[in-house]
Design a protein around this ligand. Structure first.
Ligand code: ATP
Ligand code: MG
Length: 229
């Protein structure tokens, strides 16, 4: 279970998050939606342990990640929670393959298991042909898929994605969402994603809306006009 409790964040005195609280159960698939600039990426970065909140806490199964030491944060990032940044943040000096394997290696996942996951995921995401390329030799959509595969490949319990299909065409978007949905339903992975797309949100079971730094509604049901579930 993930508990976000009364999180506040300001940049240069300007309040972006004004006391955000919500809970995500293990195995849930939740979408966060809201206007550009409403604080979605700020919130995700705090939940992923990449940004400090000014106030409030974020608990994963009762453990407060805001009080983790650097060592605990490092272990959390390469063992427990996969994170896909809005800007991907691939490492430019590593090939796609090495970007994908890095968290698994840092988290000391057995090599055979990491290689198996890499093979399966790069097939599912059509990345086999580009694994030896560097990020600046990849298209935006390929970079986005490498970033998603990097977050999935070490088999984390939770995956957090910031607009995971923003750079993808609609067919690839559907394929990516189908894989994520599979990981949620079959493997019980908890997923939190930010999206502007109602279609992408329809793969999740709950939508949290953020407006002016506060939650507009917690848990509006997903409209049934798309038939993925
Ligand atoms: N590092 C920063 N320094 C100063 N201001 C920032 C910083 N990061 C974000 N902001 C500001 O905080 C607000 C929220 O930004 P955030 O990136 O969280 O929005 P968002 O909801 O993810 O938007 P989008 O849908 O465009 O990605 C914006 O006004 C942004 O300009
Ligand atoms: Mg954003």
């Amino acid at each position: 279970m993930i508990e976000v409790k009364n999180v506040f964040k300001s940049y240069n005195g300007e309040a972006v998050l004004k006391g955000v609280s919500f809970t995500v159960q293990s195995g849930e698939f939740v979408s966060i939606m809201g206007k550009s600039g409403s604080g979605k990426s700020t919130l995700l970065n705090i939940i992923g342990g990449f940004l400090d909140a000014d106030k409030g806490s974020v608990l994963f199964d009762g453990k407060d990640i805001t009080s983790f030491s650097d060592k605990e944060t490092a272990a959390f990032r390469c063992k427990e929670t996969g994170f896909v940044f809005q800007s991907f943040k691939l490492i430019g000096t590593l090939t796609a393959r090495d970007n994908i394997l890095l968290p698994a290696v840092l988290g000391k996942m057995p090599v055979a298991q990491a290689e198996k996951n890499l093979k399966e995921l790069s097939q599912a995401f059509h990345l086999e042909e580009v694994l030896d390329k560097y990020p600046d030799q990849l298209s935006g959509g390929q970079c986005q898929r490498v970033a998603i595969v990097r977050a999935l490949a070490f088999s984390p319990k939770t995956i957090i994605l910031d607009e995971p299909t923003g750079a993808l065409d609609s067919k690839t978007e559907e394929e990516v969402m189908t894989v994520l949905s599979h990981y949620n339903k079959i493997k019980g992975m908890t997923i939190i994603q930010v999206t502007h797309s109602e279609k992408v949100a329809s793969y999740s079971s709950r939508i949290i809306k953020i407006k002016d730094g506060e939650l507009a509604t917690e848990g509006s049901a997903v409209a049934n006009k798309f038939m993925h579930r």
